[in-house]
Design a protein around this ligand. Structure first.
Ligand SMILES: Cc1ncc(COP(=O)(O)OP(=O)(O)O)c(N)n1
Ligand SMILES: Cc1ncsc1CCOP(=O)(O)O
Ligand SMILES: [Mg+2]
Length: 204
């Protein structure tokens, strides 16, 4: 997975989600994850099909392998199905993302080898995921980036200023929910994140 612009949108269930996603993609988002912790498989598949009309970029599904079969891939965390098992089912062309909340989890070499990116989760505390693990901070991003050759995605409490900071520290991309979904103008919010990622890369 190449994060060309370095911005990854994770969705939340909102009535006007299609418009938000279309605007975010126009602003430069590289990848969209459908995340709705209350939705069943059929609803997630419907959401993927609906977002296909709005997004020209790949769409992955959070957690749900049966829905991911109908999308471009899956994102799993350390308490979910392991990436190696998702890869076995979805095949070599699927996008398989894995998030860790401790750099030591990268010692699971089979899992790292099976995934297309590793997310550092969360970098900062966020109300979007109330059950998140303790935040890893910018030092956590640096530690994960040093320990893996996989693209590193930073998630949790990220805005444009923080996007610059985590990318300068070694992240390849940032994943956000509310910085785009709750922005007055999702297209310019995405474009601001793209610019911050570019500046962070120049800083390295
Ligand atoms: C890009 C990205 N990073 C981290 C997560 C969180 O995954 P997980 O810890 O499995 O928590 P849930 O999202 O399932 O609540 C993510 N979804 N996406
Ligand atoms: C899904 C997820 N996983 C770790 S933090 C998080 C939510 C990030 O949301 P926000 O960008 O609004 O802080
Ligand atoms: Mg999960």
């Amino acid at each position: 997975m190449t994060f060309h612009h370095g911005v990854y949108l994770v969705t939340e269930p909102l009535a006007d989600l299609g418009t938000i996603v279309a605007e975010a993609v126009a602003g430069g988002v590289d990848l969209v994850q459908v995340r709705d912790k209350t939705a069943d498989t059929a609803s997630l598949i419907d959401a993927v099909h609906d977002l296909r009309r709005h997004a020209t970029v790949p769409i992955v599904v959070n957690d749900d392998l049966d829905a991911a079969v109908r999308a471009d891939g899956i994102h799993v965390g350390v308490d979910d199905l392991p990436p190696s098992q998702a890869r076995r089912v979805l095949g070599p062309r699927a996008i398989v993302g894995w998030s860790v909340n401790d750099p030591v989890q990268l010692d699971e070499v089979e899992e790292v080898a099976a995934c297309d990116y590793v997310a550092v989760s969360p970098v900062w505390a966020t109300r979007t995921k109330p059950d998140h693990q303790p935040p890893l901070g910018v030092d956590g991003v640096r530690a994960v980036a040093r320990r893996t050759d996989r693209p590193v995605v930073a998630i949790g409490g990220i805005d444009a200023a923080r996007a610059f900071e985590v990318v300068a520290a070694g992240a390849d991309a940032v994943a956000v929910v509310t910085a785009i979904t709750r922005a007055g103008d999702p297209r310019s919010a995405a474009a601001d994140l793209v610019a911050a990622v570019r500046e962070g890369r120049e800083q390295r």
